[in-house]
Design a protein around this ligand. Structure first.
Ligand SMILES: *Cc1c(COP(=O)(O)O)cnc(C)c1O
Length: 302
């Protein structure tokens, strides 16, 4: 039963635990490795992958208040928050980076947000950068007419989200030796690592350039769990120059992976993860007999 102040998330029908299936791939098999795909992209048709795991506990904590969050013009997180608002009847506000976007036709990603009922509020880049400073945040909330909103940070990685992602690790206990995923904020990695069993390890592939993610992930674990949890590491070699940067080689790789495995490969995150795993397998980074699970955190848009 749902009540006005406690949205009934189970009514959304998430497919949990998400499916885990083995992928036959000679690039792994000839090294004596197994490749498994953890299909978090199948959890929900609109709240996809780790976005479900991160948003669900926040939607519960919002208790029916307006949910306000932040993102860039193509943010997967904004689209998921907007869809959740429509499905649960919660008002949502999206604070979008880039004042210059305000007067223009919406791109397909923002148009989807607006069609889902999300109110879009555009801010300039300097305000956006400083949005976690209390006085800047207060000013943004006032300007957006959303002073009482429940605020979810950019990318959705707060304490509730990190704790929500622990379930991803728990679903993989006993199923793989290494669990790999692409990282933006590190929130999913922080929770996943905490949910794995002793002896399993998590490997994060950052898709942003900058080398800040180890500190951010440790800080997220500190705030969510009071200290470092689980065994995790990052490999910083596969960001291709930064967020949304790509190359002809990466595109060709992703297309080939789609053809081999019938898996639609999301390009901003998942393509870089899979590319990194094939490279690591080929350089002999995993001992023979290792089962490697790749978390498929998203699916291509549109
Ligand atoms: C948001 C997103 C991520 C990154 O998750 P973080 O918790 O921010 O590290 C990874 N993959 C996909 C497809 C995403 O949309």
């Amino acid at each position: 039963m749902s009540s006005p102040d406690a949205p009934d998330l189970a009514a959304l029908g998430p497919r949990l635990p998400s499916p885990l299936r083995e992928a036959e791939d000679d690039r792994f098999a000839r090294r004596g490795l197994r490749l498994l795909l953890k299909r978090d992209d199948l959890i929900h048709p609109e709240l996809i992958g780790n976005k479900w795991r991160k948003l669900a506990p926040n939607l519960a904590a919002a208790h029916g208040r307006t949910v306000l969050t932040f993102g860039g013009a193509y943010s997967n997180h904004l689209r998921a928050a907007a869809a959740a608002g429509r499905l649960l009847g919660l008002p949502t506000v999206g604070v979008v980076r880039g004042q210059e976007l305000a007067g223009r036709p919406l791109n397909p990603s923002l148009a989807r947000c607006a069609a889902d009922g999300m109110r879009l509020h555009f801010v300039d880049r300097s305000t956006y950068r400083r949005k976690t400073e209390p006085d800047v945040l207060a000013r943004v909330l006032r300007a957006a007419g959303a002073e009482d909103a429940y605020v979810v940070p950019e990318g959705g990685s707060n304490t509730e989200a990190v704790r929500g992602c622990r379930a991803l690790g728990e679903e993989l206990r006993g199923r793989a030796d290494v669990v790999a995923l692409a990282c933006g904020t590190g929130g999913t990695l922080a929770g996943l690592a905490a949910g794995l069993a002793p002896g399993q390890r998590a490997l994060g592939i950052p898709v942003l350039k900058g080398g800040f993610l180890a500190a951010d992930t440790a800080e997220l674990q500190q705030r969510a769990f009071g200290g470092r949890r689980g065994e995790w590491a990052l490999d910083d070699r596969f960001h291709f120059g930064g967020y949304a940067r790509t190359s002809a080689g990466l595109d060709a790789f992703a297309e080939d992976f789609e053809n081999r495995h019938g898996l639609p490969v999301e390009r901003l995150y998942v393509a870089k993860l899979l590319y990194g795993l094939v490279a690591l397998a080929e350089e002999g980074a995993f001992p023979r007999g290792t089962a490697v699970a790749a978390v498929i955190t998203g699916r291509p848009f549109p």
